[in-house]
Design a protein around this ligand. Structure first.
Ligand SMILES: CC(C)(COP(=O)(O)OP(=O)(O)OC[C@H]1O[C@@H](n2cnc3c(N)ncnc32)[C@H](O)[C@@H]1OP(=O)(O)O)[C@@H](O)C(=O)NCCC(=O)NCCS
Length: 323
């Protein structure tokens, strides 16, 4: 079994033993609460593992000191001695190239227990996945995620260096778990070129400092959809942007090789407080991303400004030569 230590307290391990996959099933239902039919069962995880799939777990080695939770499901999970606090799951897949299909790793799930988020566990799991998949001689990992989840965007695009040029409308049809219920399952399909300099720089210990909005504004970068705060203190999408007119102008990409697209920093809160506004955000950003992707732009970076009024922006660049 391969082990990667994050620090003295947390450890990352490859999981292959069937008994150790039981907590992966339970943790899925804690991360995506709700319908049990949404859980990938142990036999499917094993079938993937037998065929080149990877299940990677993060373990808390000091679990007893840490668990304080009001949730019964959590209490039960931890009191049964489980110390799996996060996992990543993926399997081999194919992608098309001009020379025919080639093998990639299709990463399907990344989940961290709610008590353990924002401590670098998700990053460490992806880093271990990067290392394992590279060792197998595969140079591309892809996965999908909801483009309106700012934390995921920061992790995937900024910290890991993934890029995106593919927008999948209603990718998974109707989802029934607690995070996705009532929403369209639109997704970004991201490419993680794991042998690229871009990615190894992002993963290295002395990585660059995060970009700030000021960097872009000083270069007169256009914000396509600057957000306003509405009466209910929630961000509302810009009305009336006619992208067709902007993007069919041949000069547009020359004067705007880089643009910023704003998304809410806490989409889960909007879904909870104003589901109609959440749908407006979904359709608004769907229109923007589909339009820019079809005119040769791709997502190359992400800017998150924390604080009392946090703001989040995708950076879109024109042409693949920008990578
Ligand atoms: C997405 C998920 C796996 C991330 O795990 P995690 O352990 O919290 O990730 P990390 O701590 O490594 O990274 C989170 C980063 O987002 C930042 N962040 C937190 N809130 C944010 C926000 N609202 N907007 C942008 N960034 C945010 C954190 O500061 C951290 O960045 P840093 O390391 O540069 O400080 C976890 O939140 C999760 O399980 N979510 C539910 C399931 C899901 O959406 N899975 C992914 C799709 S399959």
């Amino acid at each position: 079994m391969s082990e990667f230590t994050i620090n003295k307290r947390y450890e990352i391990r490859i999981i292959e033993d069937p008994d150790l996959l039981d907590p992966v099933e339970i943790l899925q239902n804690i991360v995506w609460p709700g319908d049990l039919t949404e859980v990938v069962p142990k036999h499917m995880l094993l079938a993937a593992i037998f065929n080149g799939g990877l299940v990677i777990g993060a373990y808390d080695l000091a679990i007893q000191e840490s668990v304080k939770s009001d949730s019964e499901a959590d209490q039960e999970y931890f009191s049964e001695g489980n110390n799996l606090i996060g996992f990543a799951f993926g399997f081999p897949g194919l992608f098309e190239t001009p020379d025919g299909p080639r093998i990639k790793h299709a990463s399907h799930m990344l989940g961290v227990h709610p008590n353990y988020r924002n401590q670098g566990i998700g990053f460490a799991l992806k880093r271990a996945q990067w290392q394992m998949v590279r060792n197998r001689g595969i140079d591309l990992i892809t996965w999908t995620y909801d483009p309106l989840q700012s934390r995921n965007a920061h992790l995937n695009i900024n910290r890991l260096g993934a890029t995106c040029k593919t927008y999948k409308r209603d990718a998974y049809g109707v989802l029934r778990d607690g995070i996705n219920v009532g929403d369209h399952s639109d997704r970004f399909m991201v490419d993680w070129f794991i042998d690229s300099r871009r990615v190894s720089t992002r993963l290295s210990k002395d990585r660059r400092t995060d970009l700030d909005l000021a960097h872009f504004l000083s270069a007169e970068t256009n914000i396509v959809n600057p957000t306003q705060i509405g009466n209910t203190n929630l961000p509302i999408p810009t009305q009336n942007i006619n992208l067709e007119i902007i993007l069919t102008d041949d000069q547009y990409h020359q004067s705007n090789p880089i643009v910023l697209v704003e998304i809410p920093s806490d989409f889960a809160k909007i879904k909870r407080k104003d589901p109609q506004l959440a749908i407006e955000w979904r359709l608004h950003t769907r229109h923007i991303f589909e339009s820019f992707f079809s005119h040769g732009y791709l997502v190359t970076d992400f800017v998150f400004l924390p604080g009392d009024l946090p703001r989040s922006f995708y950076v879109l660049s024109y042409g693949e030569s920008t990578l």
